[in-house]
Design a protein around this ligand. Structure first.
Ligand code: SF4
Length: 437
């Protein structure tokens, strides 16, 4: 299964470039590949300019080229505000949308070439494919993965790690911030491995050079003055370096680390990166350096050969690690995954089911206790949805789509994208409730 490929043409002024950037960021995050040529791509998106006659001609020519070289074309941007002009010359374009219409462009792309959502390999949750509000964006820093976890087929589908040069990533992040994005979610298959393939090469960003390295990138992103959240970080020793950036408030005190299990035997069978690391000790030292660090993770229960003892070890780990959020999946033998051929016994479905329930129960208690600690505090909350004086938002400790929400009432009208201080009145295992102050 290869990723759908979209070729992108960006014409026009810096504002149009920001639009292009947002659309490309979104496409990348959803698993589309950006093709270098029209030929061979599944689709072409042309972001047009309609300001001057020459720009209109250039736009119409670019659409014509895309149609002859590819045939499947979506038009967006300023000239898209005059669909009749485009239809007259090029009746066969698939869809036309106007400037800053990210949502409609993405809807047209989804219709023409549906995103291949596969819960096993995607970085975004299924509901993440819905359109991102304009105040947050996913920033993909690399593609592929050098690890070979036995349950995972990403490396065989997407290949080894290919990191984007640091300057490239930073320019995209800067443009997003300028376009009004208030929160960036850094994503990749293995964020802490960023730059290994480039041998941490330096690239020119503004007046300085920046290394393609996890810490350097996090530090630079932290200087943008917006919320920066790190996803898919593995507990390699060098992760400790970014904790001070969190303690200083440069990047959000949040780590999404897919631990997958706690039993050394299971982790070994999974061939997890950093499986030998003493994760409990590591978490303890991170929390010492940054007391309000929130950790979210995902786990797999019922991996072949997982014994009751292995599983109990995982439950104990949960009680001790006290991570804020944990998702849990029942192991599934994915076609092509090496875990099917390890010669380990597959567990009966009812065992997987019951372990899943036991896991959820245990973690729910932990999460609820962590949530209770926030009651009475005044926390900055980013508003995701506003409806007059009521709204829904998130604290620094919660990522969109996957973590909990804060339900807010306010004396003045709320706006999506603003960051307000909320006094937390109560909590349940997932969500918080409070008033804007
Ligand atoms: S780290 Fe493991 S699970 Fe994650 S993409 Fe790489 S091989 Fe797959």
């Amino acid at each position: 299964m290869s990723a759908p490929r979209v070729s992108f043409v960006s014409l026009g002024c810096p504002k149009a470039l920001v639009d292009s950037e947002r659309i490309v960021t979104r496409l990348r995050a959803e698993g589309y590949e950006i093709a270098r040529k029209h030929d061979g791509a599944d689709l072409v998106v042309v972001n047009t300019c309609g300001f001057l006659d020459s720009a209109r001609d250039e736009s119409l020519d670019a659409i014509g080229n895309a149609l002859s070289e590819n045939g499947r074309v979506i038009v967006t941007g300023c000239l898209g505000a005059e669909p009749e002009v485009i239809r007259q010359r090029h009746p066969n374009v698939l869809a036309i949308t106007g400037p800053q219409a990210y949502e409609s462009v993405m809807a047209a792309v989804h219709e023409a070439v549906p995103p291949k959502h596969d819960p096993l390999i995607d970085l975004l949750p299924p509901q993440g494919v819905k359109l991102t509000p304009r105040h947050y964006a996913y920033l993909k820093i690399s593609e592929g993965c050098n690890n070979r976890c036995t349950f995972c087929i990403i490396p065989s589908l997407r290949g080894d790690l290919v990191s984007r040069p640091a300057a490239d990533v930073l320019r995209e992040a800067e443009r997003l911030a300028k376009a009004g994005v208030k929160e960036i979610m850094v994503i990749s298959q293995d964020t802490s491995a960023y730059g290994i393939d480039l041998k941490y090469a330096e690239s020119q960003y503004g007046d300085r050079t920046v290394r393609a390295k996890f810490y350097d990138l996090a530090k630079e992103l932290g200087d943008l003055g917006i919320w920066v959240r790190l996803h898919y970080v593995y507990p390699y020793p060098h992760v400790t370096e970014v904790i001070p950036l969190m303690a200083e408030g440069k990047i959000l005190p949040y780590l999404d680390i897919p631990f997958q299990h706690a039993s050394p035997a299971v982790l070994k069978n999974m061939r997890r990166p950093a499986h030998g690391e003493k994760t409990l000790e590591r978490i303890r030292s991170w929390r010492e350096a940054c007391p309000d660090l929130a950790i979210r993770s995902t786990f797999i229960v019922g991996f072949p050969g997982e014994t009751e003892k292995d599983f109990e070890l995982l439950l104990d780990w949960l009680s001790e690690a006290k991570i804020e959020r944990a998702g849990c999946f029942k192991y599934e033998p994915v076609k092509g995954a090496r875990s099917n051929d390890l010669g380990l016994p597959e567990l009966p479905q009812e065992v997987k089911e019951s372990r899943w329930h036991r896991f959820m129960q245990r973690q729910q208690k932990v999460s609820a206790a962590q949530q209770q600690k926030k009651v009475g505090k005044r926390l900055p909350v980013i508003i995701d949805e506003a409806n007059g004086t009521a709204g829904k938002g998130r604290t620094k400790y919660d990522a969109p789509e996957i973590d909990g929400a804060v339900h807010i009432t306010s004396r003045r009208p709320l706006r999506a994208g603003e960051i307000v201080t909320v006094k937390i009145d109560r909590a349940d295992a997932y969500d918080l409730y409070g008033q804007a102050v």
